[in-house]
Design a protein around this ligand. Structure first.
Ligand SMILES: [Zn+2]
Length: 462
């Protein structure tokens, strides 16, 4: 048996155990796993002392192309993902222009993405108040899920995204239940957060902590409860994005125990940056739902340790410098979104596995196996024979400081600049191709492919 590559002697992370074995790769697939694989004449990577894990599947990223490539774009965004140990991501239907809310916009995104991605990718469609008749064509076009906002979002720019009202949320859920697709929900109560924000601004209260206070925890919990109820009525599968409070997690766990098909993610920033640290860091750490206080953050950690989170995602939501730093310093006016996808894996491996003893198998379930399963990326998410060789090496002893000049983002701002991380992604392979090496940086061409439901997606719309 001939192989293209053998990864030797690493601590290989499987679904339920970690074993020191060799992995052999041929034609982009894992073809053998054994204690010792004959390696004469084959390219060998010595992984001794390192963890060998499935690459992260980042199920929540905004690469903003087409239409807002000046915010990020496929080339820069996927370089950052590759350098951070992500081998596939799922792109959100916003903040590209047009938003991905009909077949034509989806086709445009598929065409635009071709040849620009360093890692594999899948796409979401959007659910907005005016596209109930377009959900079917998006589904047929290969999106792996749909995203909606219960909080206010969007802009006056033509073809931008917009939040649902209760009617379109209900009708959209009915339709998606028929199509068998998952609805991803940004859950915050729109009228309350809008009005509390307006009232803060009216009173001249525009600091980071004022912004946090305008979106209290109960506004997330309320929206989660309402969405769960709509889900129960319609039978729609739900995935809650970036949940920031333990009480929301409890509601989701309860619904799941009662038989509802619901999953939940959170993001590194909710576990690693508090509201007070946001006040010090400034606009780079603005996001919604907002970062919470120390007590809430600790409760969220407990939920993660108890295994209540299905996924970790980046919610990478980049923008140019000038959208983060306005002359007024009004935190309500500044773009809300954290640039962070290059530090998903290392930051959370450090904080969860190294510092809080979360089993590395649990960690890998959250970054790879669960997102693959939820969004039907069936060739991915696991180190097993016949799966795609989407593999990362993580050195648990290499500590480093995040430096601005080492970030691949189009705009090199991030709340993690200056932070010491006690492990490092040293290599990233996408279908057996080395795309990142810690000493060489990004390697080769953008070989990323569009994937969905166990097959490469051929465009279905002319
Ligand atoms: Zn997002």
């Amino acid at each position: 048996m001939e192989y293209d590559l053998i990864i030797k002697g690493g601590k290989v992370v499987f679904a339920n155990e970690v074993k020191e074995v060799d992995l052999a790769i041929k034609d982009g697939k894992i073809t053998a796993i054994a204690d010792s694989i004959q390696s004469d004449g084959v390219n060998v990577i010595d992984a001794a002392g390192q963890y060998v894990m499935p690459g992260m599947i980042d199920a929540h990223a905004h690469l903003c192309e087409p239409g807002r490539t000046e915010w990020e774009g496929f080339v820069t965004g996927t370089k950052a993902l590759a350098a951070g140990g992500t081998t596939s991501y799922i792109d959100m239907p916003l903040n590209a222009l047009p938003a991905t809310v009909d077949g034509e916009a989806l086709q445009l995104k598929i065409d635009t993405a071709k040849g620009k991605n360093y890692v594999d990718y899948a796409l979401y469609g959007g659910l907005v108040p005016w596209n109930l008749d377009n959900l079917e064509e998006l589904s047929a076009g290969g999106v792996v899920g749909f995203k909606c906002f219960m909080s206010t979002c969007g802009s006056d720019v033509p073809n931008d995204f917009k939040n649902v009202d209760d009617y379109s949320l209900y009708m959209g859920m009915k339709k998606l239940a028929e199509l068998g697709k998952v609805l991803l929900i940004h859950a915050e109560n729109a009228p309350i957060t809008d009005h509390m924000g307006q009232e803060m601004v009216r009173q001249g209260k525009t600091t980071a902590l004022d912004y946090v206070a305008s979106r209290p925890a109960f506004t997330e919990v309320d929206a989660v409860k309402r969405a769960l109820y709509f889900g129960k009525v319609t039978g729609c599968k739900i995935h809650f994005v970036h949940i920031s409070t333990a009480e929301a997690v409890e509601e989701i766990t309860k619904a799941r125990n009662e038989g509802q098909d619901v999953t939940v993610e959170s993001c590194p920033h909710y576990f690693t940056i508090t509201a007070n640290q946001f006040a010090e860091l400034g606009p780079v750490a603005k996001c919604s739902p907002p970062l919470r206080d120390e007590v809430e953050q600790e409760k969220l950690w407990q939920k993660l340790i108890e295994g209540k989170f299905d996924m970790l995602t980046s919610d990478h939501s980049p923008c140019p410098f000038e959208m983060k730093y306005s002359a007024t310093n009004n935190m309500f006016e500044i773009w809300g979104g954290i640039t962070g996808c290059q530090n998903n894996v290392d930051l959370m491996f450090d904080e969860a596995v190294l510092k809080r003893n979360v089993p590395v198998t649990d960690f890998v379930r959250m970054i790879a196996a669960n997102p693959a399963q939820r969004f039907n990326l069936t060739n991915k998410g696991e180190l097993a024979v016949d799966k795609d060789a989407d593999i990362i090496l993580v050195d648990p002893t290499q500590s480093y400081v995040v430096k601005k000049e080492e970030l691949y983002y189009r705009h090199q701002h991030s709340p993690y600049i200056g932070r010491t991380i006690n492990c490092r992604v040293t290599k990233t392979f996408v279908r057996g191709n080395l795309v990142f090496d810690v000493n060489e940086g990004i390697v080769g061409e953008p070989i990323g492919e569009l994937v969905t439901s166990n097959k490469k997606l051929e465009p279905v719309m002319a």
